[in-house]
Design a protein around this ligand. Sequence first.
Ligand SMILES: Nc1ncnc2c1ncn2[C@@H]1O[C@H](COP(=O)(O)OP(=O)(O)O)[C@@H](O)[C@H]1O
Ligand SMILES: [Mg+2]
Length: 395
Amino acid sequence: MTKTSNSITEVYELALQAAPSGILVVDESGEIRYSNQTLADMFGYRVEELLDEPVEILIPGQFAAAHRRHMENYARSPHARDMGSGRDLEGVTRDGNKFPVEIGLRPTRTPSGAVVVATVVDITVRKAVEERLRRHEQELEQLVAERTRELEDAQQEKERMLEQLIQAEKMTTIGTLVSGIGHEINNPLYVLHAAAEALADESDIDCCRAYGKDILKQVTRIAETVKNLSRYAQPGTRHDLQAVDLAEVVEDGVRLVRQSLNDEQIEFEITDGRVPEIRARFEEILQVVFNLLRNAIQAMPGEGRILIGTARDGNFVRLLIQDNGSGIPRELLKRVFDPFFTTKGPDEGEGLGLYIVRQIITRYGGEIEVDNVDGGGTRFEIRFPVDNRVDKPEE
Ligand SMILES: Nc1ncnc2c1ncn2[C@@H]1O[C@H](COP(=O)(O)OP(=O)(O)O)[C@@H](O)[C@H]1O
Ligand SMILES: [Mg+2]
């Protein structure tokens, strides 16, 4: 049996017909000179039906005119290129169905004139995949945007809750203060009452003047006390920050906490290095100091000593509050700033004091650290960044 061998032209023809891309040859006048089987199948024709037809039968109506113009330009300066890169090209089948295509063009000279060889690939599937991907991407972006919004909302909610917590804590603090304040006002009131009574019966003008002065002094004392209280209770917003002098806060804090003492013998030792002011809300810093002092007192049943110091440390001011009380078990040191962490009974503490203290401090860019003191007791150290604007007084 002899082996039949195809001629080389037959092999070429076979290769062209079986090529996975549609192949088309168009002459200068735009007529189809050759189509392979793949192309004819793609457009729903038989090969013979395409031959000698204008290439526009493969192009949807709305693109056909533009295609003519392109072809004329192309004939003037032909070069190999992809058609429609960056544009969406479409083909149209015999039944009028449009589908996306990718087209490569190569101009060629033949003895019988110039032709263009075009490869055509049906990219319906690729487009669909791309579209799906695009939609996925869009959905993903949307999801990310939604999550971001949710997180922002949560953050805002957290801020709001914190604000409420601070406010609520402040109310408990004020509760503790009120009884002390009562004393603070009652004492001058007694003196005032006595002086006023004496004044009513006094005829000597010099004595009257002296009583008058006494009365004035007591009234000033009361006014001062009320002023301090109202400064603490001010609602205010976070936006009205003031230049705050830590020494002044310490002074107020100690006075307030003294008012809430019962019979405890507490010694306050204040070493007050002059420090630059920080930018904050006075009442919030006062709450920090007050909470730390109250904790210290609660850790020293009956008697104790509290050291309070302020110092400058580069671009920071430091505030130290140290007691000689019970100290904090090493394993609990890390937890004392956690919300609701308390070792006290329900009447003594909610476990929010230090949590709020730390929130307030970090809000102003500061830090707080806690450690035990050798020989017993606890020390809290706070650092606030100095506010340069208030540090240098204007000339
Ligand atoms: N100066 C201190 N000495 C000893 N323990 C302290 C001191 N300050 C805080 N603590 C511990 O930290 C815990 C949390 O304090 P805090 O947040 O103020 O809540 P609370 O005072 O309501 O318990 C306290 O219960 C206590 O165990
Ligand atoms: Mg507390």
